[in-house]
Design a protein around this ligand. Sequence first.
Ligand SMILES: [Zn+2]
Ligand SMILES: [Zn+2]
Length: 158
Amino acid sequence: MELSKWLGIFQQKTMNLKPGDFWQLQFDNFLVPNFPNSGWQQYIRSTSARFRCSRCGRSWPSNQVSIVFHMCLVNGRGTVKVKRYNQNCKTCTAAPMEEPNITDENIHILLENLVKKIKVKCYHEQLERADRPFVNIVVKSPHEPSHCEGCIAGICSK
Ligand SMILES: [Zn+2]
Ligand SMILES: [Zn+2]
């Protein structure tokens, strides 16, 4: 399952943030970009993924998959909420939105960058801010803004 994959990688990356602190991650599809709750920090990245239409079985790659993180640390308890932006099939009528299938490697990169951001924003460490870029996949057709939740929400890159 997708969440358990994220959780495993997340535990591994947050384990040594600060001894005694505990971090948890949850998927939250109702997260509203640009309006984190008070006391929360926001981090937006994009990555690559494959999507598969549950109606016709068609699949397509994308290098414009937005991921929004909101994070908060209170009394040594940290919470990260994640929203992954879906896409739907351009050939089916009223196709359902499909969740991105992100490679383990790119989940590692996303969460590595997230932990760096947590160090800066929640632990006030001084770090150089170079984020590690995600691994691109070959995409031959143009991005479809009307079939992309990130574009519809106005947070998609370009
Ligand atoms: Zn389809
Ligand atoms: Zn988009």
